[in-house]
Ligand binder design. Structure first.
Ligand SMILES: [Zn+2]
Length: 74
């Protein structure tokens, strides 16, 4: 399965977390952030740019990053 995202779309897309550019991962149907390394899933050729849906990928250079408190409204 390949990612079918147009180049122009990749250019306007940005990571909702750090605003860095995204690149299409060829191995998986994901968009990987070039900044923080989060991988966003692509469902039905639609990138899901939600931090909650993204998964962290190994390859980051920074360490000691803790998850902040999660607030749920409801
Ligand atoms: Zn990012």
């Amino acid at each position: 399965m390949t990612v079918n995202i147009d180049d122009w779309l990749l250019e306007i897309l940005a990571c909702p977390k750090c605003r860095a550019q995204l690149r299409a991962a060829e191995a998986a149907a994901e968009l990987v952030c070039t900044g923080c390394g989060l991988a966003y899933p692509v469902r039905d050729d639609i990138p899901v740019l939600l931090v909650d849906e993204a998964r962290p990928t190994a390859g980051g250079g920074s360490a000691g990053n803790s998850v902040g408190p999660a607030g749920e409204a409801g």
